[in-house]
Design a protein around this ligand. Structure first.
Ligand code: NAD
Length: 242
C-alpha cells in the first residue's frame, strides 16, 4: 500500500483528496495544524475501510514540519502540498503581515515540506504534487500576494523537478480554476460571482470531483515521464477570450 501525505487536510480540497485517495487504496497521512480538526475525517476514512493517520504540522514552521515527518508511521511515497491561504485585499492597502503570511504558507510552506519529502524519498523516488492555481499563471484583482505566491510555487515546482529527477522524484503542479467549496459558495451567488462564472468558457465552476482524475494521473506510475509541469484544471478559464 502506497502512502500519501496531504497538508492542510482538515477542509476543502485537502479533505476531499484524502477521501478520494483513501478510497483508491492509498494510506493517507493527514497533516494539519490542529489534530482535533482532522480526528473525525481520520475516523471516517478508517470506518470506510481505508487507512488514515493524523499528524500535526504547521507548514510555515520548519521545526513543526520536521517533527511532523519524524512522527509519521512511515515515509510517504507521495506528498500533496495543499495548505494555502488567500489573503485578499488591495496591494496598496495590504499589511506586511498579510503579505508575509501568504508567502510563508503558500510558498515557504511548500518548500519546507518538499525538502523534508525529497530527503525521505532520495533513495526510493516519489511524487510531489503542489496545489497551485490558475492565479499562478494569470492575475486577478485583489489577490496580488496570492497570485505572486502561486506563480512562485509553479516556478519552484519546475526547479525541484529539475534538481530531483536524478533521485526518481517527480514534481508537478496542479492548477485548479475556481472550485466551488462551502467557503466561496456565497460569493458565487452574488452578481460579481455570477459574472465571473460567465467568463469561464464552460460556464460553470469546477467541482471538487473535477480534480480527481488529474490528481490521480499525476500520482500514478503511468505518469512516470511527467515532471515539471503545471496542469490547469479550469474549464478553459485560462484560455478565455480577450
Ligand atoms: P481551505 O481553506 O478549505 O483549505 C486550506 C487548508 O490549509 C485549511 O485546512 C487550512 O487549515 C490549511 N492551512 C492554512 N495554513 C496552514 C499552515 N500554516 N499549516 C498547515 N495547514 C495550513 O481552502 P481550499 O479551497 O481547500 O484550498 C486548498 C488549496 O487549494 C490551497 O492551496 C488553495 O490555494 C488551492 N486552490 C483552491 C481553489 C478553490 O477554488 N478552492 C482554487 C485554486 C487553488
Amino acid at each position: 500500500m502506497k502512502t500519501v501525505l496531504i497538508t492542510g487536510a482538515s477542509s476543502g480540497l485537502g479533505a476531499h483528496f484524502a477521501r478520494v485517495l483513501a478510497a483508491e487504496g492509498w494510506q493517507v497521512q493527514l497533516a494539519a495544524r490542529r489534530l482535533d480538526k482532522i480526528a473525525e475525517l481520520t475516523r471516517k476514512i478508517d470506518a470506510a475501510g481505508g487507512r488514515a493517520e493524523a499528524v500535526e504540522m504547521d507548514v510555515t514552521d520548519a521545526a513543526s514540519v520536521a517533527e511532523g515527518f519524524a512522527n509519521l508511521s512511515r515515509a510517504p511515497d507521495a506528498v500533496i502540498n495543499n495548505a494555502g491561504i488567500s489573503g485578499e485585499g488591495s496591494a496598496m492597502e495590504m499589511s506586511e503581515e498579510m503579505f508575509t503570511s501568504v508567502l510563508d504558507t503558500n510558498l515557504k510552506g511548500a518548500f519546507l515540506v518538499s525538502q523534508q519529502a525529497a530527503r525521505a524519498m532520495k533513495e526510493t523516488g516519489g511524487v510531489i504534487v503542489n496545489i497551485a492555481s490558475i492565479l499562478g499563471l494569470r492575475v486577478a484583482g485583489g489577490v496580488s500576494a496570492y497570485t505572486t505566491s502561486k506563480a512562485a510555487l509553479i516556478q519552484m515546482t519546475k526547479a525541484h523537478a529539475l534538481e530531483w529527477a536524478r533521485y526518481g522524484i517527480r514534481v508537478n503542479a496542479l492548477c485548479p480554476g475556481y472550485i466551488e467549496t462551502p467557503l466561496n459558495r456565497e460569493f458565487f451567488e452574488t452578481d460579481a460571482g455570477k459574472a465571473l462564472i460567465r467568463r469561464i468558457p464552460q460556464r460553470r465552476l469546477g467541482r471538487l470531483s473535477d480534480l480527481d482524475a488529474p490528481l490521480l494521473m499525476l500520482l500514478s506510475d503511468g505518469a512516470a515521464y511527467v515532471t515539471g509541469c503545471a496542469l490547469p484544471v479550469d474549464g478553459g478559464h485560462l484560455v478565455s477570450s480577450l
